[in-house]
Design a protein around this ligand. Structure first.
Ligand SMILES: [Zn+2]
Length: 451
């Protein structure tokens, strides 16, 4: 594989029909395994009146019931620690990660030795597609405590890169590592990459000149796929942003950008992708926006059959010019972060798209949601770029116009603040302030128009 463009040429460039034939064989076995070994899947399939042998083609996956985070949590409580969705005995489990538990008890994600090794091979594949090679020095700046992304560094090590296990250290310490070790690749979130670059500058370090970083891998926020956000961070660092997508219930990273950076190739040999309308639960047409539903094909510690991710995006099966045949996902945002204004579904990433594309602004923003006569209103606060001398009114009008064009609905108000007034995010940005007395019922529908 050395000198090759692909980590695993044969697998990554397999014609899509052959990939689907492989998925079908894997899926049949996997359903049978889940049904015979997991108390939950036995019960759920029986209740639903469906059996693994009912799957004759990939589309038959639609006959099977969905799982979601809530079911995962309930079934975990039923049989701690691993829950009865697990399909192996605890003695076969070698690693568990756990979600933060900010909205309930933490859910654990178990791996057998084989699951873990295969997961790391997928990480190596994604790192390789991101441009990492054995000559690179890689600094892994993700949380190691329970977080599924922590051990992803092993995938980089297996690839042959020199790995620095930094974790989430204070910025001062991380900047020290970047200066002294001169790594070429880092993985963090988009907001932290921005924050860290700005912090470096304040300390007299020019990230573009004084540091060797040429690739920044990001995940956890849609920013890495919003071109203007990406470009702003890239200019600051003189580095290339590569977006990854992960889901703790499956793998650290499941998908990542190739050199074309037009969507994220998902490891279709491990994961079957469906996109559904979250209101009707029916599949949407190819290329339309909907909720991603993922099914594991091999992960045996805890199979995930039709897992509703809560992530809204599109799935593109068209061949990519990089030669990889695995489909590409484009993530718009979390279903939970979506809000509805006058019947239009709005994602913070759509607002970010507008704000980051205006040179009059710094690119930071905050959205405040409020209730007025039982309807949601959104107000947007932005910052004037340093040196800009236009009137606040003129800027506000422009922002309002562009939001109307992009989203279809105008904000109730645009406040133009001075630069550096809004809070800077460190790890995961929280840019939505929800002042609604009770969250308006979520019409679980998605806007297909802007897919
Ligand atoms: Zn590609």
């Amino acid at each position: 594989m050395m000198g090759d463009k692909y980590w695993n040429r044969e697998l990554e460039t397999l014609p899509h029909d052959e990939l689907e034939a492989y998925q079908l064989v894997q899926l049949r076995e996997h359903l049978q395994f889940a049904y015979s070994r997991s108390g939950y899947y036995k019960e759920a399939f029986d209740l639903h009146g469906v059996k693994p042998v009912d799957l004759n083609r990939l589309e038959d996956i639609r006959k099977f019931p969905f799982v979601n985070k809530q079911i995962e949590r309930e079934r975990q409580l039923k049989k701690p620690l691993l829950g009865d969705m697990a399909a192996v005995d605890e003695e076969d489990v070698v690693f568990v990660s756990a979600s933060s538990g900010s909205t309930g008890i933490p859910t654990v994600s178990p791996f057998t030795k084989t699951d873990f090794d295969e997961y790391q091979d997928v990480q190596s594949r994604l790192f390789w597609a991101a441009g990492m090679r054995p000559k690179d020095r890689y600094v892994h700046a993700l949380n190691f405590t329970l977080f599924v992304g922590g051990p992803d560094v092993i995938g980089a090590q297996n690839l042959g890169a020199l790995c620095i296990w930094a974790g989430t250290v204070p910025s001062e310490r991380l900047l020290f590592i970047l200066k002294e070790f001169q790594p070429t690749i880092i993985w963090t979130t988009p907001s932290y990459a921005w924050y860290l670059g700005e912090t470096a500058r304040k300390q007299g370090i020019d990230p573009a000149k004084d540091l060797a970083i040429r690739t920044i891998i990001v995940a956890g926020e849609p920013g890495g796929s919003i071109e203007a956000t990406r470009e702003a961070i890239e200019r600051l660092w003189d580095a290339k942003i590569v977006d990854f997508y992960g889901i703790s219930d499956i793998f650290g990273a499941c998908a990542g950008m190739c050199e074309e950076r037009n969507g994220l190739h998902i490891a279709e040999d491990h994961i079957l992708v469906e996109v559904i309308n979250p209101a009707t639960l029916e599949p949407v047409a190819d290329g339309e926006r909907g909720e991603l539903v993922l099914t594991t094909l091999r992960k045996s510690a805890r199979p995930m059959i039709r897992f509703r991710t809560g992530d809204i995006g599109t799935f593109d099966r068209q061949p990519c010019s990089c030669g990889r045949t695995h489909g590409r996902i484009h993530i718009a945002g979390r279903l939970d972060d979506m809000f509805i204004v006058s019947g239009v579904n709005v994602f913070p990433s759509d607002i970010e798209f507008v704000v980051r594309n205006m040179p009059e602004l710094t690119g930071e923003y905050q959205v405040t949601l409020s209730n007025e006569n039982y309807a949601t209103k959104y107000k947007v606060s932005v910052e004037r770029a340093e040196g800009n001398e236009e009137s606040s009114e003129a800027i506000a009008v422009k922002v309002s116009e562009r939001l109307k064009t992009r989203l279809g609905v105008r904000p109730s108000e645009v406040s133009v603040l001075e630069a550096n007034v809004l809070p800077r995010a460190t790890h995961k940005a929280k840019r939505i302030v929800d002042l609604r007395e009770q969250n308006t019922p979520k019409e679980a529908s998605v806007d297909h128009a802007r897919a």
